[in-house]
Design a protein around this ligand. Structure first.
Ligand SMILES: CC(C)(COP(=O)(O)OP(=O)(O)OC[C@H]1O[C@@H](n2cnc3c(N)ncnc32)[C@H](O)[C@@H]1OP(=O)(O)O)[C@@H](O)C(=O)NCCC(=O)NCCS
Length: 299
């Protein structure tokens, strides 16, 4: 096959050869121009790419610095011996026939008696709802959640009897890249309900969030817990958080939702609005439980 080509080349006329040479030269010039254009284009692309790369690197640096700052706020809040010292006026609740002292304790400082009490009250109030949900109820899991290292408790103690009547389990924590107060549980015994105590305890969390510069107060609640839904949404003005799981196909897909309330930072024009007194809030950025699996649910 190669031989045949060679022969054919020798047989071409002079004129044909010269026009072939011209074509060759033109083709070389064309290649040269194309190469040069490509180099300019590649050069410009590289310039653009490196500018974009620099911007991305800078953005990553800023995000990482912001995350570190948020984390140190959470760590500082967790170092507080008694967060209630920041809101001394909220250490007593003397309203609607209740005379209570509010205490704040880290879980490691709770007596075994109090640990048993918070667990049993939660079980009494919530077990049925858990069992009706996809989570189910397991003593062991709930106990582990309630005694996790970062867990802190607001305890409402009856001044007359010295006995606990209500509690809140909360944590200063990072939720994705935001510093938050996460309310894992708010549980009142029957006799102290509808006396404003629940609202008062949520107000304490909001004020603690404000004082420690957390971005919001978050919680998880069962959609079917009408009492909690009314209480959090209507009374305390919590909204569905943007990280709340949302099933676009099945409306009944998730039986819980994540609620939150933004806390205006210190120095902002408005102070944080206590539960029940805030107007419509701006849409919130940003998973899970006040009654639940929360972070562990893997939604
Ligand atoms: C939900 C709960 C924390 C509310 O606390 P509370 O002290 O009873 O509530 P407050 O007195 O502060 O209520 C303020 C308002 O919330 C709303 N609210 C409270 N309980 C309600 C209920 N059972 N049904 C409808 N609305 C209710 C009302 O608007 C009420 O105002 P009102 O009493 O003037 O009508 C408490 O009832 C409780 O511990 N329930 C059992 C455990 C539970 O479900 N916890 C929430 C899990 S996420």
């Amino acid at each position: 096959m190669q031989k045949q080509i060679g022969q054919a080349q020798q047989e071409t006329s002079k004129g044909e050869r010269s026009s072939n040479i011209k074509d060759d030269i033109n083709a070389k010039h064309k290649r040269h121009h194309i190469n040069q254009r490509d180099q300019w284009t590649i050069g410009a692309d590289l310039g653009r790419k490196s500018a974009k790369g620099k911007a991305r690197k800078q953005k990553r640096k800023e995000e990482s610095a912001k995350y570190e700052q948020s984390l140190s706020k959470v760590e500082a809040a967790n170092q507080l011996d008694d967060p209630l010292e920041l809101v001394k006026a909220f250490k007593h609740y003397d309203r609607n026939g209740l005379k209570l002292e509010i205490l704040c304790e880290k879980v490691i400082h709770l007596t075994q008696e109090l640990r048993d009490w918070v667990f049993e009250l939660t079980k009494k109030n919530m077990q049925r709802q858990y069992e009706e949900s996809e989570w189910g109820w397991k003593d062991k899991d709930k106990l582990a959640e309630m005694t996790e290292e970062k867990a802190q408790y607001l305890l409402a103690m009856d001044v007359t009897t010295g006995k606990p009547v209500a509690f809140v389990h909360f944590r200063f924590d990072m939720e994705f890249d935001e510093e938050v107060v996460y309310c894992y549980e708010i549980q009142l015994t029957d006799p102290v309900r509808r006396k404003g105590l629940g609202k008062f305890l949520m107000q304490i969390l909001e004020l603690l969030a404000y004082k420690t510069e957390m971005k919001k107060v978050m919680l998880t609640t069962f959609k079917g817990n009408k009492m909690a839904q009314d209480f959090f949404k209507k009374t305390c003005k919590y909204e569905v958080d943007e990280i709340s799981p949302d099933d676009p196909v099945f409306e009944e897909g998730y039986d819980y939702e994540i609620l939150s309330k933004e806390i205006k930072p210190k120095g902002a024009t408005q102070n944080p609005k206590p539960a029940g007194e805030c107007k419509k809030r701006s849409p919130l950025k940003a998973p899970p439980p006040c009654c639940s699996m929360g972070k562990n649910c893997g939604y």
